[in-house]
Write a protein that binds this ligand. Sequence first.
Ligand code: SAM
Length: 482
Amino acid sequence: MAPSPFLDPGPTSSANSLALLHLKRDMLIPTVLDNAPPTSETDYAEGKVANTRFGSFPHSTLIDQPWGSQILASNVDTGSRGGRGKKRKREGGDTPKDVEGDGEDFKGGKSQAAEAAKSGFIHLVPPTPEAWTISLPHRTQVVYTPDYSYILQKLRARPGDHIIEAGAGSGSFTHAAARAVFNGYPDAEAAPVESLPANGTSPPKKPARRGKVYSFEFHEPRAVQLTSEIAEHGLSSVVRVTNRDVYNEGFCLPESPSEPAADCIFLDLPAPWLALKHLTRTALSTPTLNSLKSSTPHTTSTPAATFTSPLNPKSTTRICTFSPCIEQVQRTITAMRQLGWVEITMSELQHHRIDVRRERVGLAEEGLRGANASAATVEEAVKKLREVEGRFKAFHNSQKDEEDDSKDKSKEGSSKGKRKMTKQQRLESIQAAAESRNLFKEGRLLHRTEPELKTHTSYLVFAVLPRQWTKGDEERCRKKWG
Ligand code: SAM
């Protein structure tokens, strides 16, 4: 099994694996690299090509590159695709209709090596949950990096843990959770370190429990798309996606009774309190059921004889619910209290990014990139006004001269040329001066907070369910500790 590029990207990009094309900050294009040659008339002569606003990038130029490399754009004939169309065009005489008509006997595109373009580049970066959150195809609102970093840390999600997630939505949280709990692939051939005998004689220990994400999604097309993305990202053995309504059906997996045995839970659902009744250690008692029914009327109970808990009986369970409205929080907390959850707290994250940059203002910036070329001082403003007024006067005088038909044409020509040259000369001298300036150090240093919040502002409710405590546990404890 190939390792997931999210968990072990290796030193370079590789064919048939996900890579991210970094165009600029917050603009990444995910693409599965493919070095197959063109096979049809609609393929590019260079094979698979990623077309971006910074140029075209044949996948052959992206494969086997060290992560972080700058990749130059290539000249790709995006008009006439495939080797055949191109060749015929060069021969001349073919109309698009002719090429179309000839398509039947086409025996595959003619492969062509990529040729670097004069400008345009991108950076090639490995997939990470953070980059995926920015670039994934959105099906729903997603949980952003500042939120899931805080949530996973508060849930104490560690390698080897089992985590329940509902609803899975676009899979943003899913990828971050998978990385947090990953401690090896379940079917890894090599024995886990813990299972190796310490000395030659002692028996091997039990293999380590493998971290896993149990993801539940009610909307079938979303569940199907997430399942295929998870497979494409090599995470199928770390993430299990189930298409289910968790309010009614809960979180147990009848085909695998030892799972999910969750250590932590994340609920990003419209009504998390409706799912809480399934997250208990034992069947609900009649008084609990009655009190729950008063707050959530459609509550039904599972008979104690058939009850199975989706929680790990050997560990404390931590939960986080993610709700945009305070009314949802209130209902969730009420249900949590009735069901024995403790240490209930609520947090809200307000994440603003601060942009720090230099602002250069002044007439000396005219024609230079990234600057404001308006007057920076009164003197500069007056100078500019004089210049504009002078040009205005000269224009009117020349008009008047034309009307009087007494204008010396050669003089006019030279004066026009002089006016044009003045601006051109000015720009040239600014450009020349800029070469010896330290533009990156000039101007006022500004910092501005981002105007809009990127995170989906929600209230995060955290709570803890103590580990299961049986009579047997109590007796064992009394014996040991007195
Ligand atoms: N956390 C996700 C992410 O980071 O991409 C986004 C979750 S989205 C806001 C909420 C999802 O919950 C939706 O996809 C919706 O279909 C799903 N959902 C709503 N009710 C559900 C239920 N009863 N059982 C399972 N999923 C449900």
